[in-house]
Design a protein around this ligand. Structure first.
Ligand code: 5GP
Ligand code: MG
Length: 172
């Protein structure tokens, strides 16, 4: 049986999301901000986060899938749900569930920059540090872990566990 080891309780998540929302609200007080959630993993984080902001935002989503081999450098990332709104000259904040190697987020940053936004910054629920393949400037991170596979609060393993209110380390 897979084992679920608690990492962050829903109360701890709530406190961190509240703190990050306050920072974002202050930093973008004078902006036209578009938050872009990365489906599916970020949907719960995004929905909690935007309700704690004290500034107006537009909400968009993209979806990415990665294909290919285990070796992440040869991995092919592609969008399966594209941006549908104009972000030209707007401030963009990508809302991601986990940044692991950093390949997905750097692909997304490049993709979004092609639409000529005013700025693109990154907000992630989890920054996983051990496997970084790219240097990524993560402006907002709720929680930093060294390693391990996490589930719950939107994060899945084979589409399971997304609905759990807390975050766990999954040991298979
Ligand atoms: P990357 O390695 O490109 O930074 O991360 C790619 C994607 O893999 C993330 O957006 C996330 O959806 C998924 N991922 C990475 N680590 C984990 C993890 O520990 N748990 C879950 N559920 N997904 C992960
Ligand atoms: Mg993801």
């Amino acid at each position: 049986m897979p084992e679920l080891i608690p990492i962050l309780s829903k109360n701890e998540i709530d406190q961190r999301v509240t703190a990050i929302a306050a920072k974002i609200s202050a930093d973008y007080a004078q902006s036209e901000l578009v938050v872009i959630g990365v489906l599916k993993g970020a949907f719960i984080f995004l929905s909690d986060l935007i309700r704690k902001l004290s500034i107006p935002v537009e909400v968009e989503f993209v979806r990415v899938s990665s294909y290919g081999t285990e070796s992440a450098t040869t991995e092919k990332i592609r969008l399966t749900y594209e941006l549908e709104t104009e972000i030209k000259n707007k401030d963009v904040l990508i809302i991601e569930d986990i940044i692991d190697t950093g390949l997905t987020i750097s692909f997304l940053v490049d993709y979004l920059f092609a639409f000529n936004p005013k700025s693109v910054q990154i907000c992630t629920l989890i920054d996983k540090q051990e496997r970084k393949k790219k240097r990524i400037d993560i402006r907002y991170a709720c929680h930093v872990v060294k390693e391990g596979f996490l589930v719950g609060y939107g994060l899945d393993f084979a589409e399971k566990y997304r609905y759990l209110p807390d975050i766990y380390h999954l040991k298979l």
